[in-house]
Design a protein around this ligand. Structure first.
Ligand code: NAD
Length: 264
């Protein structure tokens, strides 16, 4: 299948590792020019070099910006060229008891997980509407509809993304611009792999043992009963980014291994 991504330019926020890097890799493999992003210049340069090596001839560049700092985002928006595809992927998570989460932490989670996408979309949606083509994709989570009791602040930001995404889709009526959300389930990104390794180490377990335990106790409804690979998430995002997905707008698409137990 030709995904018709040749000649398109994409920006993927938070793409120096994990799901974001896999999305960037997949879009680049399909012929899109891709702009990477992360907090530090070093990590961005490393990720750009890694992708350029993996996909010879691909047009990969990068811009460092920290989405917890509004000033960084302002500078980023000044540096970014016109784009066709915006993937709002940058996100943070941290298990913490509800009573220990401070106001500052709540606001930081909203700043990084929600306002990053709001600020980027506010900048790019009007431009996409003006040229009558564009894709905005929010990377939310099944946690948006299945709020994890061990990180209520995280789950709440993921629910907020669903609202922003659907609201923005309403603004695209009658155009070839689409705004959708992809909802991954437990996925073996670097961030999550580190978290599971730590869990395992605390209980004298290997990664595989900790993974098995995690699905037995924390995510028993998973039909996959393992972490998804980052590529499994990137495959769906790449399709949604493609002109071929033109019939899908205002949707929240699950790629959660069946964790969320409802049908739609
Ligand atoms: P990760 O921790 O492996 O990678 C996160 C990326 O975001 C990194 O490139 C990091 O540099 C960047 N980032 C973090 N804070 C940033 C900031 N302040 N400014 C700029 N960049 C920043 O994470 P991941 O697991 O790949 O998650 C990516 C997205 O997928 C997140 O939005 C997350 O909520 C969502 N998600 C992940 C899972 C999972 O199980 N891994 C499940 C559902 C949804």
């Amino acid at each position: 299948m030709d995904l018709q991504l040749n000649g398109k330019t994409a920006f993927v926020s938070g793409s120096t590792q994990g799901i974001g890097l896999a999305i960037a890799r997949s879009l680049a493999k399909e012929g899109a020019s891709v702009i990477l992003n992360g907090r530090s210049e070093n990590k961005v340069n490393e990720a750009v070099a890694r992708l350029q090596q993996a996909i010879p001839g691909a047009a990969i560049s990068g811009i460092a910006a920290d989405f917890s700092k509004a000033e960084d985002v302002k500078v980023l928006l000044e540096k970014l060229p016109e784009i066709d595809i915006l993937v709002n992927n940058a996100g943070i998570f941290e298990p913490k008891p509800f009573t220990d989460i401070t106001d500052e932490e709540w606001f930081k989670f909203f700043e990084v997980n929600v306002m990053s996408g709001v600020r980027l979309s506010r900048h790019f949606l009007p431009k996409m509407l003006a040229k009558n083509w564009g894709r905005i994709i929010f990377i939310s989570s099944e946690s948006a509809v299945n709020i994890p009791e061990e990180m209520i602040h995280y789950g709440t930001t993921k629910t907020a993304q669903l609202g922003v995404s659907r609201g923005l889709a309403e603004l695209t009526k009658g155009t070839d611009v689409t705004v959708n959300t992809v909802m991954p389930g437990p996925t073996k990104s670097e961030g999550v792999a580190d978290f599971v390794k730590q869990l395992g180490a605390a209980n004298n377990q290997s990664f595989e043992e900790a993974e098995k335990d995690f699905f037995k106790t924390a995510r028993p409804t998973s039909l996959l009963q393992r972490f998804a690979s980052v590529e499994e998430i990137a495959n769906l995002v790449t399709y949604v980014a493609s002109p071929l997905s033109s019939g899908t707008n205002g949707s929240a698409l699950k790629v959660d291994g069946g964790v969320a137990k409802f049908i739609i």
